[in-house]
Design a protein around this ligand. Structure first.
Ligand SMILES: O=P(O)(O)O[C@@H]1C[C@H](O)[C@@H](CO)O1
Ligand SMILES: Nc1nc2[nH]cnc2c(=O)[nH]1
Length: 287
């Protein structure tokens, strides 16, 4: 089965060793930059950058807003490993392959991940540009068995049946709430539930109404598989989503979401988001 291939420990080890042999950094914090949020890496000092294409067994990004570089450096003095761009299921990768970067992070020595993502806002109280601290998720592809953990399990990564009821670390969510208060942006920050769909088409009105009924506050095409694998490997997770567009819940409009708008909203909000990430990394490194 193809998924078993994905969990080959030695293949992941080769990717990690490629990076460890070429960087002086030894970060414990990993950061995944969502659509349009990769400019965070411009703030790193002592930067060392590697193209996904050059790293053995690594998946390559194909989407606008996802550059495809692993960047090591210091974020306000804290060593971090950043994925400047992620890969998605809809790019044609099996789910396990989209999460290879998380496993590589683990073997590089990362224990905590910060994950960001662009989403449509389902909750009617959310506005474009708001941030949602993710407190839980609905793994919609997982309902049909499309999980990154499908296939042979390797205990060196984690157990066959990992729990997910505490996937989004409570203490880190509390820290994040403290940070947004300090930053004075609490009015535009919420805590809610992320639902992952496979994409790449955006949702129909009927689908969005269903997702809202199910209790989701924001909808996206990534993140969940990364979180499942991070938790499988025993990493702490802090994740947030930027609301880049409102979900269209009525049939009387010609509006459509656009990826160019998703990127534009991310560009407008990048300073606040970068500050949130930097402040969280500083707290996380202290444990
Ligand atoms: O990679 P993320 O989750 O940040 O990007 C979202 C999902 C799609 O890739 C894209 C659609 O506009 O934004
Ligand atoms: N599925 C989905 N992903 C998104 N990413 C950014 N906006 C959206 C959206 O409206 N739906």
């Amino acid at each position: 089965m193809a998924a078993a291939e994905g969990f080959d420990y030695n293949a992941i080890k080769d990717s990690a060793n490629y990076l460890l042999d070429r960087t002086k950094h030894r970060p414990t914090i990993g950061i995944i930059c969502g659509s349009g949020l990769g400019s965070l890496v411009d703030h790193l000092t002592e930067r060392e950058s590697f193209s996904y294409e050059d790293i053995p067994n690594f998946p390559v990004s194909t989407v606008h807003g996802h550059d495809g570089r692993v960047v090591f450096g210091l974020l306000n003095g804290v060593p971090v490993m950043c994925m400047k761009g992620r890969v998605h299921r809809y790019e044609g990768y099996p789910m396990w392959k989209t999460t290879v970067p998380i496993r590589v992070m683990r073997l590089v020595g990362v224990s905590d991940v910060i994950i960001s993502t662009a989403t449509g806002g389902l909750n009617r109280g959310y506005k474009i540009g708001d941030v949602m601290i993710i407190k839980d998720h609905i793994n919609m592809p997982g309902f049909s068995g499309d999980s990154p953990l499908v296939g042979k399990n390797d205990e060196r990564f984690g157990p066959r049946f990992p729990g997910m009821s505490n996937a989004y670390d409570k203490q880190l969510r509390q820290e994040a709430k403290n940070v947004v208060k300090e930053m004075g942006i609490e009015e535009s920050v919420h805590e809610g539930v992320y639902v992952m769909l496979g994409g790449p088409s955006y949702e129909t009105v009927a689908e969005l109404r269903l997702l809202r009924l199910l209790g989701a506050d924001a909808v996206g095409m990534s993140t969940v598989a990364e979180v499942v694998v991070a938790r499988h490997c025993g990493m702490r997770v802090f994740a947030f989503s930027l609301i880049t567009n409102k979900c269209i819940m009525d049939w009387d409009t010609d509006d459509e979401p656009l990826h160019t708008e998703v990127i534009a909203v991310a560009e407008q909000r990048k300073h606040h988001l970068q500050e949130l990430v930097a402040r969280m990394a500083a707290r996380m490194v202290q444990k």
